[in-house]
Ligand binder design. Structure first.
Ligand SMILES: Cc1cc2nc3c(=O)[nH]c(=O)nc-3n(C[C@H](O)[C@H](O)[C@H](O)COP(=O)(O)OP(=O)(O)OC[C@H]3O[C@@H](n4cnc5c(N)ncnc54)[C@H](O)[C@@H]3O)c2cc1C
Length: 450
């Protein structure tokens, strides 16, 4: 029996003068935290902790990290490679193992119960009789889904004195509107809202329910799905219909945003999905459009509700900007290197009449406040102009801004993924490009029309 030669491990080294400080990509892939970054953004590799997994070598966009082998190790590597090649040849000659028996294809759900559920519903979230815009965005998407399924599109509104919202819902495309109007539903509380929704759903059996992934919507959707014992896909970024199986295809980022997963609720009804505000476009409001209005009775004694609303204190307007409403966003990332440098972004924002936002790295470093974060765990934005400064373009960031009308990216790494969504890419140093841009705009006396 021949012995298997050992593969030499070598050492992981940074090659001098090659690192471009791409934003700690090597550090982010190291599974054993053996890499620290110095103030220039270059890696310091702790060879004692390093397990030579070579992930950083593969990740580096400019081959600045090497798996160094001594001359003796190089010889040993040649022996190992020769053995590996001959072993591979031998394996390919060996008869192949019989294929494992194919897994049976998942059975389609029994038609019986599921076929009874019909229609697409959208929850119209409201506070003090004013609807949240996400409801109208979802009605627009709901219309496409309902057309694909050949069913009606309905909206349902829960609250007190909310009947006027039915006209708005018709105007945004609903064929039917269900209203549950009762004094106990004046302010949002989970229990009565869940009861109102579950009663409605059990009575009318819609096959799809869409809700806004707002604070209120997230709370309600989860509680309703639990009571109905059905699936809920939160924070969907895409919704389509599999017309053959009449299933809602619910697409959302998964595994930390590294893949886009399409999720099906095959065996339970309704199929529930939530979508964040500003993810789906809102269709035109048609004035005077009418539909069927259904006022649903509701009974629940205030004494049976354990939570009481004592006072409502608005958290809005504490000097905080709502980045989702801004037409121009100047967004900064780790490439801006410090809180101080964000002043440069503020200056650019002031000359173009925009607002400063940023990546999660900028938030984690304390350079901007969390409400200004763009991305999967921040806000989804659709500005007319998005200028990404020193942002690499991780998928979790892209999902929050890639639908902006016009994207300009400034990054010194030409392989940065942000360039894949940018309409205009500038490869260069933000500290040279941004001041030049500000100067040029000021000199041109340009008036930015938003
Ligand atoms: C579950 C989960 C949710 C997340 N949610 C979000 C989210 O909502 N939003 C978000 O942004 N991230 C989110 N992230 C983090 C995300 O994966 C990235 O880590 C983050 O977006 C990186 O931020 P960045 O682009 O600012 O930094 P880096 O990736 O470090 O990129 C910095 C960039 O700056 C460039 N650069 C450096 N110096 C200069 C210079 N002088 N001039 C020009 N360019 C320069 C570099 O080339 C690099 O491309 C999430 C991660 C997870 C796991």
């Amino acid at each position: 029996m021949s012995t298997i030669p050992k593969r030499p491990r070598g050492t992981i080294l940074l090659l001098e003068g090659k690192c471009i400080a791409c934003g700690a990509r090597c550090q982010s892939v190291c599974p054993v935290d053996a890499i620290e970054m110095n103030e220039k953004g270059e890696p310091i590799i702790d060879t004692q902790t390093c397990t030579i997994c070579r992930k950083c070598v593969k990740e580096c966009p400019v081959d600045a990290i090497e798996n160094y082998l001594t001359p003796a190790e190089k010889e040993q590597m040649a022996v190992f490679e020769t053995w590996k090649a001959s072993a591979a040849k031998q394996v390919s000659k060996e008869p192949k193992a019989p294929k494992e028996q194919e897994q049976p294809v998942a059975k389609k759900p029994e038609e019986g119960g599921i076929a009874d559920w019909k229609g697409v519903w959208v929850f119209v979230e409201q506070v003090n009789g004013k609807a949240h815009d996400v409801a109208w965005e979802l009605l627009s998407k709901g219309k496409t889904l309902a057309n694909d399924l050949g069913v009606e599109l309905a909206a349902f509104v829960i609250g007190e004195n909310i009947q006027h919202l039915a006209d708005e819902a018709f105007g945004f495309g609903a064929d039917k509107v269900y209203i549950v109007d009762h004094p106990t539903l004046k302010s949002y509380r989970t229990d009565p809202y869940v009861k109102a929704t579950v009663d409605l759903v059990n009575h009318y059996k819609p096959e799809i329910i869409l809700m806004g992934a707002t604070g209120l919507g997230r709370d309600l959707a989860g509680a309703v799905a639990t009571q109905l014992r059905t699936g809920l896909t939160a924070d969907c970024t895409g919704l389509t219909i599999d017309k053959v199986n009449r299933l809602l295809e619910q697409t959302r980022p998964a595994f930390g945003g590294n893949i886009m997963a399409t999720i099906l609720t095959e065996k339970c009804r309704p199929q529930m999905a939530s979508v964040r505000p500003h993810v789906m476009p809102k269709s035109e409001f048609i004035k005077g459009k009418k539909g069927e209005l259904i006022i649903e009775p509701f009974t629940l004694d205030e004494a049976d509700i354990t939570t009481k609303v004592v006072e409502i204190i608005s958290s809005a307007n504490k000097g905080m900007v709502n980045i989702t409403g801004s037409k121009i966003l100047i967004s900064g990332g780790r490439g801006m290197t410090s809180k101080e440098s964000f002043k440069l972004l503020e200056e650019l924002a002031s000359v173009v009449g925009g607002v400063v936002s940023g990546s999660r790295s900028a938030v984690d470093n304390g350079w901007i406040e969390q409400p200004r974060q763009v991305g999967q765990t921040g806000k989804t934005v659709h500005p007319k102009l998005y200028i990404a400064c020193g942002i690499s373009g991780a998928i979790q960031h892209l999902v929050g801004m890639q639908d902006s009308d016009f994207i300009i990216a400034i990054n010194k790494d030409k392989t940065a993924p942000i360039f894949s969504v940018a309409h205009l890419g500038i490869v260069g140093d933000v500290f040279e490009i941004i001041p030049a841009l500000i100067k040029k705009i000021r000199e041109s006396n340009a008036i930015i029309v938003q």
